[in-house]
Ligand binder design. Sequence first.
Ligand code: NAD
Ligand code: TYD
Length: 334
Amino acid sequence: MKLLITGGAGFIGSNFIHYILEKYPDYEVVNLDKLTYAGNLDNLKDIEDDARYKFVKGDIADEKVVGEVVKGVDAIVNFAAESHVDRSLYDPGSFIKTDVYGTWVLLEAVKKFGIKKYLQVSTDEVYGDIETGFSKESDYLNPSSPYSASKAGGDMQVLASRRTFDLPVLITRSTNNYGPFHYPEKIIPLFITNCLEDKELPVYDGGTQIRDWLYVLDNCRGIDTVLHKGTLGEIYNIGANQEPEITNLELTKTILKLTGKDESLMKHVTGLRPGHDQRYAVDCSKIKALGWKSEVSFEEGIKKTVLWFKNNEEWWKKIKNGEYLEYYKKHYKS
Ligand code: NAD
Ligand code: TYD
């Protein structure tokens, strides 16, 4: 099987490529990535000479490039996206271009070149926040940020392509991931690396919010399950269903403890995330019926993740002293 993986130089995409090449010795992978600030070929250094792997720099919104890379491909897994809620407040247009228009370009290629399967990697954030209970795949979409609204727009294109053109599509909607190669702008890698550098941890809006932290390998296994066993046209939630649920404040205290730092590094801030979603939680019974379940507990996953960041200082320091620093100065210090 030959897979086109888009956005494979980012956090989840690069973990997925490693996972696929290891699990399926006879699979080939083409990775199409624009290499935005979040795309990082350092994530794939160990496999760059693997004969089963090929990297192509390009934009999913570019029909010409997409038309070239889909040749001979059996399935597409689309990870490519602008993915950070905070950045979507400053530059929503780039989110719409990639997450909506780019998705449409890929679907057009599925139609034109008769690709056998297309899997859209989406997010639980399309449901909006949910005070109690669990979002189901059939729930209406109620996104809060330009990021989640763009992802919802992408999902709608995928679903419409099924109904109108009978395209062979699937959607996964996972909860927040964490693990190796996580760009240090999202809360877990930002707070771990800030602790390691003795920098402040900006806790937004009292830290009462809840996310259902899913270890990235569990998501990779989930996407693999849906790709191979899912019913075309269906959506599958993927979540850890953590018990008990963890607030951002509890998460922050766990990270402080695991890095040996004290709570004086915590800095409460407000106003940085208007429209801040309070809680996400998803019902995973559909994917569980395909035989998937999350295997890594939060306790285990967060320890592994802290260790990975401790052992890969060069990887994250390059980012934090470069692009991330520029972004931070522009939006938080001016
Ligand atoms: P990321 O920001 O780390 O990586 C995104 C990758 O896409 C980068 O390599 C970037 O260069 C590439 N890219 C961006 N625009 C592109 C374009 N126009 N053409 C080609 N490549 C482009 O994101 P991530 O955290 O790995 O997320 C991957 C996918 O999973 C996204 O679709 C995201 O919405 C979804 N998702 C993420 C999470 C999470 O917690 N990180 C949770 C649920 C769903
Ligand atoms: P984030 O990692 O950006 O993921 P998402 O917004 O997609 O869920 O944020 C997770 C939670 O952490 C969210 O409630 C916002 C909060 N947060 C902070 O408190 N401080 C920070 O510096 C960041 C980046 C996020």
